[in-house]
Design a protein. Structure first.
Length: 175
C-alpha cells in the first residue's frame, strides 16, 4: 500500500477513535469525521464504504495485529497468552472505546474467532483428545477472562499473572 494511502487511513482511524472517545458510535457521522480529519468525504469513501465498514475493518486489523504479535509463540501457551494480554494492554486506548460502543459485539466475535483458530492450529492441544465441547469451553474461558480483565479489572492484574492462571485453568479443562 502506498505511503499516502496508509497515512490517510491512519488519519481516518485516529479521528474515528477521537470521536468514539467523545460520543457513541451511533452519533458519529461521516461528515463529522471528515471535517475533524480535514479531508473531503470523497477521500473517506475511497477507503471505506461507510462508518460500519470502518468499525469492522479497524477491529479486524487490531485482532490481526495481535495474532501476528503472538504468532511466534504458539508452542508455549503462557508465552502466547502473555503476549496477547500485553498487546491488549498496550492498545487499550484504542480497544476501550470499542468495548463500550457498537464495536463490542464485533470485537468479541473477532476475538472469539482468533482464540478458536489459536486452539485449532496450536501444537499445545492434541486435537484427537480434546473434544469439541472442551475446545468451546477453552475458547469461552479465555474470552471471558479477557473481557473481565478489560472491562472490570481495568488492566490491574499483570498480563503474566493472568496468563499463568489462565494456563492452569485451560489445562484443567483439557484433563
Amino acid at each position: 500500500m502506498e505511503r499516502r494511502k496508509r497515512r490517510t487511513q491512519k488519519l481516518i482511524i485516529d479521528t474515528f477513535f477521537k470521536l468514539l472517545n467523545e460520543k457513541s458510535f451511533d452519533k458519529i457521522t461521516v461528515n463529522q469525521l471528515t471535517k475533524l480529519a480535514d479531508i473531503n468525504r470523497g477521500t473517506f469513501y475511497l477507503h471505506y464504504q461507510d462508518k460500519y465498514e470502518l468499525l469492522e475493518g479497524t477491529i479486524k486489523d487490531y485482532i490481526n495485529h495481535m495474532n501476528q504479535y503472538c504468532l511466534h509463540n504458539k508452542e508455549e501457551i503462557s508465552s502466547a497468552l502473555t503476549l496477547a494480554f500485553n498487546y491488549l494492554k498496550d492498545n487499550y486506548k484504542f480497544i476501550e472505546p470499542l468495548l463500550r460502543n457498537e464495536g463490542y459485539q464485533l470485537f468479541q466475535n473477532e476475538l472469539k474467532s482468533s482464540i478458536s483458530s489459536f486452539i485449532e492450529t496450536s501444537d499445545l492441544f492434541d486435537l484427537h483428545v480434546v473434544s469439541i465441547l472442551k475446545k468451546k469451553a477453552i475458547t469461552s474461558t479465555i474470552l471471558g477472562v479477557i473481557e473481565w480483565w478489560l472491562l472490570e479489572d481495568e488492566l490491574n492484574a499483570s498480563p503474566s499473572d493472568i496468563a499463568a492462571e489462565l494456563k492452569d485453568i485451560v489445562f484443567l479443562i483439557i484433563r
